[in-house]
Write a protein that binds this ligand. Structure first.
Ligand code: GLN
Length: 508
C-alpha cells in the first residue's frame, strides 16, 4: 500500500477500520504503522503520549497471522488502541502521570488492558494525564501538559487529556480513559470527541491505579458513539478481581449504537433538563450549542421535560471532601518502600526517606488533596466534613432517582466552557475544580454518562459537548440516544466535527 493510502488509515473510525481489516483490505501492520507514523509526526506538538510501544508492530503482525490462518477474531481485532497511563501494563511503564512511579512496570495487566489484548486490539502506548488523575487540564502531569489539537495553546481537558487528544489528533482511533469526576467526559467535550463513563461497577477497575475508589470508573474514548460502544463491549462485564464489579449480563452496546443511528429512538423519549443548572455560569456558546441540540432532539420527537435537581450545586463541594479523603488513603501505599521513587536521606530513618521521597515524588495538587483528605478524615472533623459530604451524596442520588421517575435521560452541557488556555487556571484550584460541575454528580450517584460533540461555540470556534445521563445499568440507552443525536448533527454539519478543526486541517 502506498504512503498516502496508509496515511488515510488514521482518519477512519475504529468501526470502518475494523471492517477493512476483516475484509482483508488492509492489514493490522499497515494500520498500526500509519498510527505510529502519525504519532511520530504530530506528538512532538500534541504530547498525548508518555510512552509509545516499541513492539506494537509485532503485536499487529501476530493478529495478521492469526487472521490469515482463519482464526475467529473479535470485532476490533487489529485496531490500534491508546491506553491512559493510570491503567497498568506489563510491557510498558505505568506512571499515572507521577514522578513517584517513574519507570514503574507492573507485574500484571489491568483487566481492561488484558481484555483489549485478548480481543486483538493493538496497544500503541500510554497517554498523558494529570498526576494520579487529579485535574482538568493535564497541566498537573509531572511530565508536562498535553496540547489540544484544535489549538495547541489550549488545554485538552483532564485528567485524561492525553487519551482525548490522541483520538482527536488521529494518533489513535480509540483510547481507554478513567473518570472519577469527569476525566473522560470533560476532555471529550473540549476536544470534539466522544467519552463514556459507564455505570459504577460496569467495567473492571482491577489494575486502574486508584484515585477515589467509590467514584472511579474506566471507560472508552473515541471519535464516534459506535466506536465507544464497540470498545465498551470488549472491556465491560463482570470481573472477579474487582470487588465492586457488577454481575449483570450486559446487552451489546454496539447493537444499541447502531439501532440509535438508524432507528426512531428519539420518538417519545423524555429528556430531562435540570432547572437549577443555568445558574452555574455557562459560556454563551456552550449554552447555545446545548439549546440547539435540545431543539434538534425535540424536532425529532423527543420531549424536553424540566426537572429539578436541587442538590446538584453541592456536588463539587461534596466531591472535594470525598475524593481527597479516599485519595489520601489510596495514595498511602506510595511510601518509597514498595513502589517507584526512593530518595535516600544519608543517616536518616525510614520515615525520613519516606517523607523526602513523597515530598519529591508528588506534585503540588496531589499534596494539596492528601493534606485535605487526611484532615477531613481526622477524628475531630470526620463528621463535620466527610460525614456531611456523604449525606450530600445521598441527596444527589435521590435527585437522580426522582428525575428518572419522570424522564428517560437527563441532558446537560458536558462542561461550562470550551478549552481554556494553558496556564489560565493552573494556579487557581477552585476554578479548575469548577470545570466538573455537571460531570461530578454523575460519579457521586454511580450512574452512566456520555459526552458527545454538539458543535462549536460561536465566540471561539472551539468544540462543545452535550452530556446524557441514564439510570444505573442503562448504559445501552446512552449509546442509543447518543448515536441518534450524533447522526442528526453529523448530517447537519455535513461531516464529522473534527473535520472542522483548523489545526488538523493544516495537519497540525
Ligand atoms: N477533574 C476532576 C478532579 O480533578 C476529575 C478527575 C477524574 O475524573 N479523574 O478530580
Amino acid at each position: 500500500m502506498s504512503e498516502s493510502t496508509t496515511g488515510d488509515l488514521t482518519r477512519l473510525t475504529a468501526a470502518d477500520l475494523a471492517a477493512r481489516l476483516a475484509a482483508g483490505e488492509v492489514s493490522s501492520v499497515e494500520a498500526t504503522r500509519a498510527h505510529l507514523d502519525r504519532i511520530a509526526a504530530v506528538d512532538g506538538d500534541v504530547h498525548a503520549f508518555l510512552h509509545v510501544s516499541d513492539h506494537a508492530l509485532d503485536v499487529a503482525a501476530d493478529i495478521d497471522r492469526r487472521r490469515a490462518a482463519g482464526e475467529q477474531l473479535g470485532a476490533l481485532a487489529g485496531v490500534p488502541l491508546a491506553i491512559k497511563d493510570v491503567l497498568v501494563t506489563t510491557d510498558m511503564p505505568s506512571t499515572s502521570g507521577s514522578k513517584i512511579l517513574e519507570g514503574f512496570i507492573s507485574p500484571y495487566d489491568a483487566t481492561v488492558v488484558a481484555r483489549s489484548r485478548a480481543a486483538g486490539l493493538v496497544p500503541l502506548g500510554k497517554t498523558n494525564m494529570d498526576e494520579f488523575a487529579m485535574g482538568s487540564s493535564t497541566e498537573y502531569s509531572a511530565y508536562g501538559p498535553t496540547h489540544n489539537p484544535w489549538d495547541l495553546d489550549r488545554i485538552p481537558g483532564g485528567s485524561g487529556g492525553g487519551s482525548a487528544a490522541a483520538v482527536a489528533a488521529f494518533e489513535a482511533p480509540l483510547a481507554l480513559g478513567s473518570d472519577t469526576g469527569g476525566s473522560i467526559r470533560q476532555p471529550a467535550h473540549v476536544t470534539g470527541t466522544v467519552g463514556m463513563k459507564p455505570t459504577y461497577g460496569a467495567v473492571s477497575r482491577y489494575g486502574a491505579i486508584a484515585l477515589a475508589s467509590s467514584l472511579d470508573q474506566v471507560g472508552p474514548v473515541s471519535r464516534t458513539v459506535l466506536d465507544s460502544a464497540l470498545l465498551h463491549d470488549v472491556i465491560g462485564g463482570h470481573d472477579p478481581n474487582d470487588a465492586t464489579s457488577l454481575e449483570d449480563a450486559w446487552p451489546s452496546f454496539a447493537a444499541a449504537a447502531r439501532e440509535g443511528a438508524t432507528g426512531d429512538v428519539l420518538k417519545g423519549l423524555k429528556v430531562g433538563v435540570i432547572r437549577e443548572l443555568p445558574d452555574t455560569g455557562f459560556q454563551p456558546g456552550v449554552a447555545a450549542s446545548f439549546r440547539a441540540s435540545l431543539a434538534l432532539l425535540e424536532a425529532h420527537g423527543a420531549e424536553i421535560v424540566e426537572i429539578s435537581a436541587p442538590h446538584f450545586e453541592y456536588g463539587v463541594a461534596a466531591y472535594y471532601l470525598i475524593l481527597p479523603a479516599e485519595a489520601s488513603s489510596n495514595l498511602a501505599k506510595f511510601d518509597s518502600v514498595r513502589f517507584g521513587l526512593r530518595v535516600d536521606v544519608p543517616g536518616g530513618t525510614v520515615e525520613d526517606v519516606m517523607a523526602r521521597s513523597r515530598e519529591v515524588g508528588f506534585g503540588d495538587e496531589v499534596k494539596r488533596r492528601i493534606i485535605l483528605g487526611t484532615y477531613a478524615l481526622s477524628a475531630g472533623y470526620y463528621d463535620a466534613y466527610y460525614g456531611s459530604a456523604q449525606k450530600v451524596r445521598t441527596l444527589i442520588q435521590r435527585d437522580f432517582d426522582d428525575a428518572f421517575a419522570q424522564v428517560d435521560v437527563i441532558a446537560t452541557p458536558s462542561a461550562p466552557t470550551t478549552a481554556f488556555r494553558l496556564g489560565e487556571k493552573v494556579d487557581d484550584p477552585i476554578q479548575m475544580y469548577l470545570n466538573d460541575v455537571t460531570t461530578i454528580p454523575v460519579n457521586l450517584a454511580g450512574v452512566p454518562g456520555i459526552s458527545i460533540p454538539s458543535g462549536l461555540a460561536e465566540e471561539d470556534g472551539l468544540p462543545v459537548g452535550i452530556q446524557f445521563v441514564a439510570p444505573a445499568r442503562q448504559d445501552a440507552r446512552l449509546y442509543r440516544v447518543g448515536a441518534a443525536l450524533e447522526a442528526l448533527l453529523v448530517d447537519d454539519w455535513g461531516g464529522p466535527l473534527l473535520d472542522r478543526a483548523p489545526r488538523l486541517g493544516g495537519n497540525l
